[in-house]
Write a protein that binds this ligand. Structure first.
Ligand SMILES: NC(=O)c1ccc[n+]([C@@H]2O[C@H](COP(=O)([O-])OP(=O)(O)OC[C@H]3O[C@@H](n4cnc5c(N)ncnc54)[C@H](O)[C@@H]3O)[C@@H](O)[C@H]2O)c1
Ligand SMILES: O=C(O)C(=O)C[C@]1(C(=O)O)C=C[C@@H](O)C=C1
Length: 313
């Protein structure tokens, strides 16, 4: 990636200075996508870190102060906190500004935020499909979004100009951008991200109940599959609590289907039905290969890897 010919925004304001905001701030600086970066974090310690490591030019103790004069406002807080923040900052937004967010769930964010957006301000929800299990201002890195998807779910308050500019920002940070309906987004993410996280949390919980996570055996022998589950299960508890509370219907739908599939495999194992198991695993292997052939970044140890055979990784 090279620097942009001209910055896309004069001032960008980040509300919440964790993994996604810090990665965006670093990428925006590296690729010259904005002139001025400001931020709001609740904690004085986070604000101090953001200045110390050069994420922000200025930091503010309130969202209202941070958004004053900003051309782009990026909400980077857990999904459950978006509505409260939107209400507090709304009267201070500049005319002509664009508000976006990076929440992992889209319908709930739109419901919580859209009503607060004043006339003359655009609102373009977004979701980068990139992350790690780490949190906070020191966890970001400028290459997080390279060759990853960012999904935009435009609303009635998304003007074509604001949407096109935001698309350019994500492309400028290395992402591939698609647009889709928020409800469809939430269903797709329930399949590819939310339910897999729940399964990882559950599997680590099972091992914990067996009292073998903290003692030597599980740690010592968890070289591959289980270790990937523990990475995922180390993700931020607040963020994921909010994801499950706000994408409830889609997750419960996919979880129901997951349970049915699990019973199919459970029955095959009980009945000694090797053909069923082999056919099933052949289908899942093909999915992994399809992802690789489609050129998706599989560098992070992810669910595709858990579902693949050892020969593939
Ligand atoms: N971590 C991921 O893998 C990932 C990927 C894509 C999108 N997201 C989404 O991005 C958003 C941010 O996630 P993150 O990983 O950067 O989290 P993070 O925990 O690293 O950072 C979140 C920040 O928000 C702050 N915050 C929480 N409530 C707040 C409030 N009421 N007012 C002000 N600040 C508040 C926290 O103090 C923290 O600094 C979430 O909505 C999440 O769903 C996360
Ligand atoms: O790689 C990880 O650690 C992630 O969990 C990232 C991941 C995902 O791929 O499911 C998690 C949540 C997001 O909303 C987007 C991306």
């Amino acid at each position: 990636m090279t620097r942009a010919d001209a910055p896309l925004y004069d001032r960008v304001a980040f509300i919440g200075l964790g993994l996604i905001a810090s990665s965006m701030a670093l990428a925006i600086r590296q690729f010259g996508l904005a002139n001025d970066i400001v931020g709001h974090a609740k904690s004085a310690e986070t604000r101090a870190v953001a200045l110390e490591i050069g994420l922000c030019d200025r930091v503010y103790a309130t969202a209202a102060e941070a958004v004053e004069g900003a051309d782009l406002v990026v909400l980077c807080v857990p999904v459950g906190a978006m509505g409260e923040i939107a209400a507090a900052m709304a009267p201070h937004l500049k005319q002509g500004a664009c508000v976006t967010d990076v929440g992992s769930v889209k319908q709930a964010v739109i419901e919580a935020v859209a009503a607060h957006i004043p006339a003359g301000v655009a609102f373009v929800p977004a979701h980068p499909l990139a992350g790690t299990e780490h949190s906070g201002p020191r966890s970001g890195f400028a290459t997080l979004f390279q060759n990853r998807w960012c999904l935009l779910t435009p609303t009635e308050a998304s003007t074509p100009d604001a949407t096109a500019r935001l698309r350019s920002l994500w492309e400028g940070m290395g992402a591939n951008v698609d647009e889709m309906d928020a409800g469809h987004h939430d269903l797709v993410l329930a399949v590819v991200s939310h339910t897999p996280h729940l399964i990882a949390y559950t599997m680590v919980g099972v091992a914990d109940h067996l009292r073998r996570v903290s003692n030597s055996e599980v740690i010592k022998y968890s070289a591959s599959g289980f270790r990937d589950f523990t990475r995922i299960a180390a993700s931020d508890p607040t963020m994921w609590r909010d994801v499950f509370l706000t994408n409830k219907d889609a997750v419960l739908d996919i979880l129901g289907r997951f349970t049915e599939e699990l019973f199919v495999l459970q029955r095959a194992i009980r009945m000694g039905d090797g053909d069923e198991l082999h056919a099933y695993f052949t289908r899942t292997r093909a999915i992994r290969r399809g992802i690789i052939e489609a050129g998706q970044d599989t560098s992070a140890p992810d669910f595709g890897r858990v579902a693949a055979t050892k020969k593939d990784v």
